[in-house]
Design a protein around this ligand. Structure first.
Ligand code: DQA
Length: 216
């Protein structure tokens, strides 16, 4: 079975978990959350990459580079969820299956949190499950990727391509290891702006310069 590469992407203020209202966001720090997600992803035989930024343009550029470098995205854009059309458009450009996650139950909070500009692009939205929502999202993403990856035919050994040609199926690459131009080695799974997809703006500060503990 191939290992799918999944980008776990966090937006604005999520690096401040641990300082934010525990009633909505729980008690984990962001680093602890990423470590937990890293474990869940590896349990599911996924290859995770992590990225967090408080700069909208950095997230846009990250998403611009995602196509061909990752097979799927789990994304919690934070407050950008509710109004950032530039991130919505960049996620569309990424053209890989995505699942939206929110730690809190955005559907039962303030009115302005109930609208998401990205949900129409996502296979599913998971909200209100706290950290466990990421495990759910990773599982759903993996199930989806397994279901759309072309199976080699016995006669030719080549993919049938049937599942890829459906117009409503998000694009999945034939070979996840085939990534010409991938600027980083496959085993780089680090947090923030130093992550696998090399955001060109080196000035963007990294809130999480170190990788999850499991990788160290
Ligand atoms: C959030 C919900 C957003 O409304 C909020 O702005 C966040 C976090 C969540 O994970 O519950 O920053 O995305």
């Amino acid at each position: 079975m191939r290992r799918f590469r999944v980008a776990v992407v966090h937006g604005v203020n999520l690096d401040q978990l641990g300082r934010r209202n525990p009633e909505h966001y729980g008690g984990l720090t962001f680093r602890e959350l990423e470590r937990q997600i890293d474990e869940w992803a590896k349990d599911l035989d996924l290859t995770p990459r992590f990225f967090q930024t408080n700069h909208e343009g950095a997230l846009v550029e990250y998403l611009h580079r995602a196509e061909g470098l990752v097979d799927g995205i789990v994304i919690n854009p934070g407050a950008w969820t509710h109004y950032a059309y530039a991130i919505r458009d960049a996620l569309e450009l990424a053209a890989v299956p995505a699942i939206e996650v929110h730690l809190s139950n955005v559907h039962e909070r303030e009115q302005w949190r109930r609208h998401s500009v990205i949900s129409e692009l996502c296979l599913a939205t998971v909200a209100g499950q706290g950290p466990d929502g990421y495990r759910d999202a990773l599982q759903q993403l993996r199930d989806h990727l397994v279901s759309v990856v072309p199976v080699p035919t016995p006669s030719t050994g080549t993919p049938t391509g049937e599942t890829l040609s459906r117009p409503d199926t998000p694009r999945v690459h034939d070979d996840p290891d085939e990534s010409p131009g991938d600027p980083l080695p496959d085993d780089v799974n680090v947090s923030a702006a130093t992550d696998g997809i090399d955001v060109p703006d080196a000035d963007v500060p990294s809130a999480n310069p170190e990788p999850p503990a499991a990788d160290r």
